[in-house]
Design a protein around this ligand. Structure first.
Ligand SMILES: NC(=O)c1ccc[n+]([C@@H]2O[C@H](COP(=O)([O-])OP(=O)(O)OC[C@H]3O[C@@H](n4cnc5c(N)ncnc54)[C@H](OP(=O)(O)O)[C@@H]3O)[C@@H](O)[C@H]2O)c1
Length: 289
């Protein structure tokens, strides 16, 4: 059983790498842009022919610089929209099951109750638009794929909100964080876990592979302000956190004000238990100590 992982030097890919030893009978092939540039359909085809056959492909590669994307539509589109389409096509040709990752930023954020997979998408940023196009490209080229939307991702590997808060919290006495953007943080360790669960449950019984879009984050709801408060508390950082509104912290890319996702579908189809975001943050802390 062989699994190809693309974009594997990022947060999610690195979490997957850290779990390999738990799956001794599976062979993982980890690639990043140097080994396999997913923006080239030809390179994907050549790589699969040379290093395959593969049973699964997990695409962790993405253009994730949300604000920068506002000025780099073409570049973000190539990686977030066209490349996933190339992967999906190759997976269809070579009978590979594709798991592609998307985002809560496909939603506009006007809901007051958690978004389901059937809710209307209407991204308000270039990043969100390119990720939504990526979902469409994947499902259009290979309807047997799984698209996993996640939100507010952090990991011990790479750059993220937890690390930024730890850094600026220990440099300053007071920081301001927005309290009018509501969502759910996701520990990339737990996202890696659900990906491995989907694969392992499919290996047990092929009919457990149920294609389509799924929502996955940790449990619970918070604002970035609440998230920052919890980080200061857990790491004993003596820094005042002041709640501010988004208009007091202008960012190039508009964010959804509410992007909590309903996870009923994934819990039902894959019988999983998801940690609360505060427990997941504590797990992150334990992993980094
Ligand atoms: N981060 C979040 O808060 C968040 C929230 C919701 C959803 N997501 C989604 O979750 C997934 C994983 O995100 P992440 O935070 O783990 O991403 P990440 O840390 O930015 O990792 C992406 C990886 O893809 C690589 N890459 C760039 N161009 C490539 C190419 N042409 N071919 C192959 N690999 C390439 C990057 O390399 P370089 O670093 O060298 O460019 C990087 O190693 C993405 O689909 C993202 O959209 C993320």
């Amino acid at each position: 059983m062989k699994i190809l992982v693309t974009g594997s030097n990022g947060q999610l890919g690195s979490e997957l790498k850290s779990r390999v030893k738990e799956f001794k009978s599976w062979k993982f092939v980890f690639t990043d842009v140097e080994e396999l540039d997913i923006t080239s359909a030809e390179a994907i085809e050549t790589y699969i022919k040379k290093k395959g056959p593969f049973n699964y492909l997990v695409n962790c590669a993405a253009y994730t610089a949300v604000d920068k994307a506002e000025d780099e539509f073409e570049k973000a589109s190539l990686l977030n929209a066209y490349a996933p389409g190339y992967l999906a096509k190759a997976c269809k040709n070579h009978d590979i099951k594709l798991i592609h990752i998307s985002t809560d930023y496909v939603f506009e954020g006007k809901n007051h109750t958690p978004y389901t997979e059937n809710d209307e998408t209407s991204p308000n940023s270039v990043y969100g638009k390119t990720k939504l196009n990526g979902e469409l490209q994947v499902l259009m080229n290979n309807s047997e794929s799984i698209v996993l939307r996640t939100s507010w991702l952090y990991s011990r590997f790479g750059h993220n909100f937890v690390k930024v808060m730890q850094k600026i919290g220990s440099e300053r006495n007071k920081i301001s964080v927005v309290f009018d953007q509501i969502g759910t943080p996701t520990h990339a360790y737990d996202l890696a876990d659900i990906i491995l669960t989907i694969i392992s449950q499919t290996e047990e019984k092929k009919s457990n592979w149920k294609s389509g879009i799924y929502h996955f984050s940790n449990e619970g709801v918070c604002s970035w302000y609440d998230f920052a408060i919890e980080i200061m508390k857990l790491w004993n950082i003596d820094c005042d956190v002041e709640p501010i509104t988004s208009d007091m912290y202008p960012q190039k890319a508009p964010r959804p004000f509410y992007s909590v996702m309903n996870k009923a579908k994934i819990k039902q189809n894959y019988s999983i238990k998801i940690s609360h975001w505060k427990d997941a943050l504590l797990k992150y802390k334990n992993l980094t100590e």
